[in-house]
Design a protein around this ligand. Structure first.
Ligand SMILES: Nc1nc2c(c(=O)[nH]1)N[C@H]1C(S)=C(S)[C@@H](COP(=O)(O)OP(=O)(O)OC[C@H]3O[C@@H](n4cnc5c(N)ncnc54)[C@H](O)[C@@H]3O)O[C@H]1N2
Ligand code: MOO
Length: 420
């Protein structure tokens, strides 16, 4: 199980006694207090995919701007086809991009193609499959089922001035096509928060390297950076600092010089003699907002700010790092991007196995999630929960939220979950 023994013997000078841990909701409120949306920048459509729209987007034009043919065929007067076969005289042609300037009179037609403006006098499109042609005479063998068939009226899709994409939308391929159709070449988006990520620990080497006998691969960075990107932030890799205050301080200064909006530290957040992060940040001038919260995994989570840069100290244990990033970093980035900080992933499921009584820390229990054919959800906690077990997190479908001091529950009871 993850560690919750604040009374364990310590050689550190940090105060680690059994003082109350901050509730999760309070820590979240402190973290988001006073956070303002980022400045707005205008980017070309080609760079707007995945960005967050910063202003409502109204159309600069009506689409289609004119009544247009939806088919290749002939622009006709429906009443001319009252008896079949009907013979009409072709008086001109209207390809897309080149309207016919004249007017169709009784017994006349214009050869027309998909997307072309419907000529004056015509009220219906006769598809070419229902015709035969001989010189300037076209013979209609079928009559369109109703007047107006295959004509797209002006404004069928949208009208000038209509707001079609709203502020806060994460722009995807459909939005970008629509924005282009509205004739916006550039879009106002929130500047992406730069999120500097600094791993700490003598034991860490980068993925792909050969670790020494007492070393492991640094994994947290890859996961946190991906989450940052998913949320619309821009990860900045500050590498790995050894457990050395001077070197670590250098990395922290780099984050500030890089104008990072957020500095994420990984590890070194707890109470051990080599957990230097808080001391280093303190000597660099950080104002601490909170440290140690009533949460498992993630007890040593720390937050503060260094000038304009928000600091979030994630615990080193890989599952703790990622769960804290999901629960705290994601809402922080969303708030900076003018979005609702509530990520709306919380729902309910039926327990597939009993679950024990909880202690004082709000627990996020890794669990298997199955969806029944009727859409109901069953969630089964994995029997072993350790904050080092990344493989378990990767195969978890949900985290069961166990509030502090929650009673033991039998299988079949409903519990709140976060879908992953
Ligand atoms: N006496 C106490 N010991 C601990 C407590 C406590 O309250 N009293 N809290 C425990 C809890 S809970 C957690 S969580 C960990 C977190 O400690 P740190 O944030 O200081 O993390 P480290 O000690 O640096 O590392 C913990 C663990 O994670 C590995 N690690 C670190 N960084 C990475 C990374 N980037 N990628 C992969 N793995 C990483 C590191 O090697 C350690 O194995 O503290 C408990 N201790
Ligand atoms: O339990 Mo720690 O809180 O292992 O993350």
């Amino acid at each position: 199980m993850t560690n919750d023994t604040p009374s364990a013997p310590q050689s550190s000078t940090k105060s680690t006694g059994p003082k109350p841990l901050m509730p999760v909701a309070e820590a979240m409120a402190k973290l988001l207090q006073g956070v303002q949306p980022q400045a707005i920048e205008h980017v070309p459509l080609a760079q707007a995919n995945g960005r967050i729209l910063a202003e409502d987007l109204a159309s600069t034009r009506t689409q289609p701007p004119f009544a247009a043919s939806a088919m290749d065929g002939y622009a006709i007067r429906h009443s001319d086809l009252a008896s079949l076969p009907a013979h009409l005289t072709v008086i001109g042609e209207a390809p897309a991009g080149h309207g016919f300037s004249g007017k169709i009179a009784e017994g006349q037609t214009v050869r027309i193609f998909t997307g072309a403006p419907v000529p004056a006098g015509a009220d219906t499109i006769l598809i070419q499959e229902d015709t035969t042609r001989d010189g300037d005479i076209v013979t209609a063998h079928e009559c369109p089922s109703k007047e107006g068939l295959y004509i797209r009226p002006a404004g069928l899709d949208f009208a000038q001035g209509q707001v079609l994409i709203t502020k806060g939308c994460k722009l995807g391929y459909r939005d970008l096509a629509l924005a282009a159709a509205m004739n916006h070449a550039e879009l106002p988006v929130y500047r992406r928060p730069i999120v500097a990520i600094l791993a700490t620990g003598d034991e860490l080497v980068r993925p792909g390297m050969t670790p020494g006998p007492d070393q492991i691969i640094a994994s947290n960075h890859a996961g946190v950076a991906a989450l940052v990107e998913d949320c619309g932030g821009e990860p900045l890799d500050l590498g790995i600092s050894p457990d050395d205050s001077t070197i670590m301080a250098g990395h922290v200064r780099l984050a500030i010089e890089s104008k990072a909006d957020i500095l994420i530290t990984l590890g070194g957040a707890s109470v051990g003699d080599h957990d230097l992060v808080q001391d280093v940040l303190g000597s660099e001038g950080m104002d601490l907002a909170f440290w140690r919260i009533a949460m498992r995994p993630g007890k040593p989570l720390m937050a503060g700010h260094l000038g304009q840069t928000k600091v979030l100290g994630l615990p080193g244990n890989p599952v703790s790092s990622l769960v804290c990033a999901l629960l705290f970093l994601k809402p922080l980035i969303r708030t900076m991007l003018g979005q609702n900080s509530d990520t709306h992933h919380e729902t309910e499921a039926v327990l597939g196995a009993p679950i024990g009584q909880n202690d004082r820390r709000q627990d996020y229990v890794r669990a298997e999630l199955t969806e029944e054919t009727d859409g109901s959800l069953t969630v089964t906690p994995f029997p072993k929960q350790d904050s080092s077990m990344l493989a378990l997190l990767a195969k978890s479908g949900a985290l069961i939220i166990r509030p502090p001091h929650a009673d033991a529950l039998d299988a079949g009871k409903r519990v709140p979950i976060l879908r992953l």
